[in-house]
Write a new protein. Structure first.
Length: 151
């Protein structure tokens, strides 16, 4: 059950990231060009809570499996390099979804900055592209590494 929860939560999380990055952000930039912050707000209100749940489930199931297998020492073993990559990527998203994004939202609430909405939107698109590519790389590494491949 833990493996199924882990895989399904990662599929939901990274699949959602892919959808936002490759479909929604480009469409919103094209269709909401004068007000990209409307699109950002829409995405944050609708997908961010889902991503938070998926990240929590991925972490909880992953840590459960590590405990169940008594595998904490794998983090210090070179042949389990892929586990370090997965944990680091997960931790990056925990920080983004639970610390950076809420703090950034609070700081910008009711405050006008010199940065235009379209500039913020383009920056957010670039960040999403990097996060998606990194996520796909980590998933690929996890699949390769869990099959016993070392570099």
């Amino acid at each position: 059950a833990a493996i199924a929860i882990h895989v399904l939560s990662v599929v939901w999380w990274i699949g959602g990231l892919a959808m936002v990055t490759t479909v929604l952000l480009p469409a919103f930039q094209r269709d909401f060009h004068p007000a990209p912050e409307v699109a950002l707000d829409y995405i944050e209100r609708h997908f961010a809570p889902q991503a938070r749940v998926a990240v929590i489930l991925a972490g909880a199931s992953g840590f459960y499996m590590l405990g169940r297998l008594h595998a904490w020492s794998w983090f210090t073993t070179a042949s389990y390099w892929w586990l370090d990559a997965m944990a680091a990527y997960w931790l990056l998203f925990v920080l983004i979804l639970f610390v950076v994004e809420p703090l950034g939202r609070r700081a910008s609430a009711g405050k006008r900055t010199g940065t235009s909405g379209s500039h913020k939107f383009r920056r957010m698109q670039r960040v999403h592209i990097v996060l998606l590519l990194l996520g796909l790389l980590v998933i690929g590494c996890g699949v390769i590494g869990s099959r016993g491949v070392s570099f």
